[in-house]
Structure formats: structure tokens, C-alpha cells
Design a protein. Structure first.
Length: 240
């Protein structure tokens, strides 16, 4: 089956989360190494990484603390330096191949705005906050399918997280590429479910163009214009 669309997760797929996790450790007054170790334990147990905060501050309200960070001038902030080095060049190559590209992950609305300002060569940027539904909820991938050209089997979802990305996207009928980087990517790289469900297993986004080239179907401009559009999701500047 041809591939016409590729959709990317954000954290540890495109974005190195090191600086943001460090900022959270500083905010709650915990040594960064300690925070990372507990985060790793929570991750290894297959739990939501937001549970990490409960070990340090029982009853921790992530949304409220995020707002307090913003008010203190210490809110989340990403720049080109936080992208993995292979991101911009790999996206550009995939775009030149005629593939429709999107970024869609579990992120805040602010993160979405920041990513749009980076002017990456993609057709659509959307976050779980924009859509009101987060991975691994099937509703998130229903919106991915509605937004992207092609049917579910012609869309590739690229991510590092076994449950949120690979298992959930595959259950929705998408094809999947697991990337081995970041804590989740390394932890689950050899997991039997990842091995069974991932159509491709990569260490760098730079591998994608050659892997997808044999399955490429030319996407016309008209197909781009006919893509479904969900409120909140915004076209990235520079492409149709």
C-alpha cells in the first residue's frame, strides 16, 4: 500500500525534552538527576510520566503549576536548538518527495504556537490541547486520519512511545515507525510489541526518506487542498 502522509510525534521524536524536564526539576526544587531517575522508573512501569511529580509533591496539579510557571516568566520555551539535528533536513527531504507532513502530539497549545514559529516544512501542526483529545485515546488518531490525505493505511505515524504512539496508532489502522531515542525510545526499542507492530524501526529521521521511497505515491496539490481540517489545528506557514 502506498504512503501519502507522514505524521510526527513531538517529544523525543522531533524535540529533545532535556531542557524542559530540567526546568521542571528546578521548578519543584528537586535535583535534576533525581527527577530523571524517578521519571525513568515511572516510564519503565508503563505509567503516565506526569505521575513523576506525585513522588515529590503528592497532589501535584500539573495544569496549575504550568500556569504558575508562565506567570513567573519560566514557562515552557523551545527553540531551534531543542530540535534533534536531523529534524529540519529530514522533513525537507520528505516534503520534496511529495509527502504530506504533519506534526501532532500530546502538547500544550503554547507548544503548538512555538512550533509554528519555527516554520518547519510541514503542512499541519496540531496538539492534543488544540484537539481536546490526547494519545492514546482513539479519538486523537481519528483526527489524524481525518486531517491527512489518504486512508489510514496510507498514513505513517512516527514516534518513540510504545503505548501512545506505536500501539495506539496501529490500533487505529495507521502504519508506524518507531524511533529509538529519548528514554522511551531506548527503553522500548526491543519490546516484543514494538517489534511486532512497528512497520519500521529507526534510529534517526534521516532513515525515513530511503525507507519510504519505494512506497511513495505522488501527492498532487489538489490532494493537499482537499485535506480535512479540524478547529484548533493550524496550517504551518510556507506550505499549502
Amino acid at each position: 500500500m502506498a504512503v501519502v502522509s507522514v505524521v510526527f510525534d513531538v517529544g523525543e521524536t522531533l524535540l529533545d525534552d532535556t531542557r524542559e524536564f530540567g526546568a521542571w526539576a528546578d521548578w519543584i526544587g528537586v535535583p535534576r538527576h533525581t527527577f530523571s531517575a524517578v521519571l525513568g522508573a515511572v516510564t519503565a512501569a508503563g505509567r503516565d510520566n506526569a505521575e513523576t511529580f506525585q513522588y515529590f509533591r503528592p497532589g501535584f496539579d500539573l495544569a496549575a503549576e504550568r500556569e504558575r510557571r508562565e506567570q513567573a516568566g519560566a514557562g515552557e520555551d523551545y527553540s531551534e536548538a531543542d530540535l534533534y539535528p536531523d529534524v529540519r533536513s529530514s522533513l525537507a527531504t520528505l516534503s520534496e518527495m511529495g509527502l504530506w507532513l504533519a506534526i501532532a502530539g500530546n502538547q500544550t497549545a503554547k507548544a503548538g504556537r512555538i512550533f509554528r514559529q519555527l516554520r518547519l516544512p510541514v503542512d499541519l501542526i496540531a496538539t492534543s490541547s488544540d484537539w481536546g483529545v490526547a494519545k492514546p485515546d482513539p479519538g486523537f488518531f481519528a483526527r489524524v486520519i481525518d486531517a491527512a490525505p489518504g486512508n489510514a493505511g496510507e498514513i505513517v505515524y512516527v514516534g518513540d512511545h510504545r503505548d501512545n504512539d506505536i500501539v495506539a496508532a496501529k490500533a487505529a489502522g495507521l502504519r508506524t515507525a518507531h524511533i529509538r531515542r529519548g528514554p522511551w525510545g531506548h527503553l522500548w526499542a526491543d519490546d516484543p510489541r514494538v517489534a511486532r507492530l512497528a512497520d519500521w524501526r529507526i534510529k534517526s529521521l534521516a532513515e525515513l526518506p530511503s525507507l519510504l521511497a519505494p512506497e511513495l505515491q505522488q501527492v498532487t496539490g489538489q490532494q493537499h487542498l482537499s485535506v480535512g481540517y479540524w478547529p484548533g489545528a493550524q496550517r504551518a506557514p510556507g506550505r499549502c
